[in-house]
Every structure is written in C-alpha cells, then in structure tokens.
Design a protein around this ligand. Structure first.
Ligand SMILES: [Zn+2]
Ligand SMILES: [Zn+2]
Length: 98
C-alpha cells in the first residue's frame, strides 16, 4: 500500500507532504540517502527505484545495498525529513494508492 500524507518531524517540527509504502506485489526499502526502492515480495527483484521502473538485479545480488548509492537498505522506514534527516514523524495519512 502506498500512502500519501503529511509527516510532522519529531526532531525539528517541520510538516511536509510525502508518499511512502509499497506498491502491489512489492516491498518498499529505503537507504541512508532516502532513495525509495521497491522489490518484489516473491523474487526480491528490484522493480522500481525512486518511482521509475527498472529491470534490475535482486536484493540478494545487491547484498541489500541501494542500487543508487550503495548504502544499506531497510524496510518499514518513513521518508526522511528534508531539513534535518530525521525519520521519527507524526503521521497524518490523507489517502492511499493501490
Ligand atoms: Zn526534521
Ligand atoms: Zn540510495
């Protein structure tokens, strides 16, 4: 499920609009530089990088590293605050896609 909404940063108080979450059949991962990577839930193949379709390697091929910047990917992360880089936010979901 892809969520659209407002996030209020717990660290600096900024409220910003973002989208996050997985697309159908995939899981979302984010790296230290907040690139969004979607990988197939079944095969682990990378299907979207920063919202752009790719025919890519699998997460295993990448050893769990971001295809763009080679920092570690993790699932279940909220987008980074554009000001301070924090990931601890109050979440207000305005809608969902897929
Ligand atoms: Zn912040
Ligand atoms: Zn990255």
């Amino acid at each position: 499920m892809t969520y659209l909404g407002n996030l209020t940063c717990s660290d600096c108080g900024l409220t910003f609009t973002s989208r996050w979450g997985s697309v159908p059949g995939a899981d979302e991962y984010r790296c230290e530089h907040d690139h969004s990577v979607q990988a197939s839930s079944t095969s682990g193949a990378i299907v979207l990088v920063e919202g752009a379709p790719v025919e890519g390697p699998t997460l295993a091929d990448l050893r769990g590293l971001c295809p763009l910047c080679r920092t570690e990917l993790a699932s279940g992360l909220l987008p980074q605050c554009p000001v301070c880089g924090g990931r601890d936010h109050d979440v207000r979901v305005d809608g969902t896609l897929g």
